[in-house]
Design a protein around this ligand. Structure first.
Ligand code: NI
Length: 136
């Protein structure tokens, strides 16, 4: 039986979307308010889904305490209350869009969660705007 277990999490972070080769004016045209040179914050809501087969002996898909711990170390401790552009290594060159943040979170969790599970990352940047990344 294939099933998906999910855990929700939350973090706050600051970012600026821009390309350094572009003028402030062009950055504002493309990235809008998210290109503010003084940075700004978002309240990110995260849902991590783990898909796989239930262990018939325990009835568990995955020990959710372990999933909770990986989300804490790989996402919350790593990104919460950080300036993503300046303090999170993956975004030194990569624009911290919600798409790229979901991609980075997926990759960090992929390194920890056993390969027998598929992973889905849903990341909300605002209550109405979100992305889903499944590693495809
Ligand atoms: Ni923004």
């Amino acid at each position: 039986m294939r099933i998906k277990a999910c855990r929700k999490a939350h973090f706050n972070a600051a970012h600026r979307l821009y390309k350094k080769e572009w003028s402030d004016k062009k950055n504002e045209e493309v990235f809008g308010k998210c290109s503010n040179p003084k940075y700004h914050g978002h309240n990110y809501e995260l849902i991590v889904g783990v898909v796989g087969t239930v262990d018939p002996e325990t009835g568990f898909l995955i020990d959710l305490k372990i999933l909770k711990e990986y989300i804490k170390t790989e996402v919350e401790d790593y990104m919460d209350h950080k300036n993503l552009n300046e303090e999170v290594e993956e975004f030194r060159e990569l624009n911290p869009t919600v798409e790229n943040i979901a991609f980075v979170i997926w990759n960090r969790l992929r390194d920890k969660i056993p390969i027998r599970y598929d992973i889905e990352v849903t990341l909300y940047e605002t209550p109405r705007n979100f992305v889903i990344y499944k590693g495809e």
